[in-house]
Write a protein that binds this ligand. Structure first.
Ligand SMILES: C[S@@+](CC[C@H](N)C(=O)[O-])C[C@H]1O[C@@H](n2cnc3c(N)ncnc32)[C@H](O)[C@@H]1O
Length: 209
């Protein structure tokens, strides 16, 4: 566990964690559609990498039965917030929370689907994180990523200040990170750009194709 990154994330969310759930819908678009696209099967295990305040896990738990849910996060402060939300909603048995870094965390349980809603762009070594997580997928398992895109069709008068705002909050979008799977015969990937490049939605599925 990188203590330095944990401290950076805690510093980042020291105050903003208290307003996180009411402010983030203003710019983290598409999270509810990602949850709808998951369409979990009975008995599946789903893990959110960078689960933050557990906003997505709580929503998922409300729409699924007999699905095991897990959240991993590098920030102890965000996990405290998540944990009190689970307590309030009586969801502690349905959702497990773990503290660790996506780049090297090894899960004890088999996980069928991993989701990265707006977390990959905050992970310092996103290629390492994706490789570590992909290697833990069973055949047929998938990774779902939703994150900021290249803003291809946005004017630079909007794009540049917005990227400055994101960088201030330790967010460094890099949609090209998925290129590491280009020649991986075990991975089938699909990438869709949304809102003129504001965000992208990608799925990576493991199998022998
Ligand atoms: C922008 S927030 C998104 C939170 C949540 N997914 C959502 O949609 O509300 C990104 C989260 O990723 C976590 N994070 C950053 N780097 C991480 C890493 N290397 N491993 C695990 N989590 C990380 C942060 O602490 C933060 O809670």
């Amino acid at each position: 566990m990188s203590k330095k990154h944990q401290d950076k994330m805690n510093e980042n969310y020291k105050f903003t964690r208290h307003v996180y759930d009411i402010t983030r819908p203003l710019f983290l678009f598409g999270r509810n559609s990602l949850l709808e696209d998951l369409n979990p099967r009975l008995g599946e295990t789903i893990c959110e990498i960078g689960c933050g305040t557990a906003r997505n896990l709580v929503r998922l738990s409300q729409r699924t039965q007999n699905v095991q849910l897990i959240g991993l996060d590098a920030s102890t402060l965000m996990l405290e917030k998540a944990s009190s939300k689970l307590k309030k909603n009586n969801l502690e048995k349905k959702i497990k929370l773990y503290h660790g870094m996506a780049e090297n965390y090894i899960f004890e349980e088999q996980i069928d689907k991993f989701i990265f809603p707006y977390s990959l762009s905050m992970i310092p070594k996103p290629k390492e994180a994706l490789t570590n997580i992909f290697n833990q997928l069973p055949p047929g398992g998938s990774i779902y990523i939703l994150d900021f895109g290249s803003f291809k069709y946005w004017p630079s008068i909007v794009k540049e200040p917005f990227f400055g705002f994101l960088n201030f909050f330790q967010v460094y979008p890099d949609h090209e990170v998925l290129n590491i799977f280009e020649f991986n015969k075990e991975c089938k990937s699909k990438v869709k750009s949304k809102l003129g490049g504001y965000s992208y939605f990608a799925t990576l599925t493991r199998g022998n194709f």
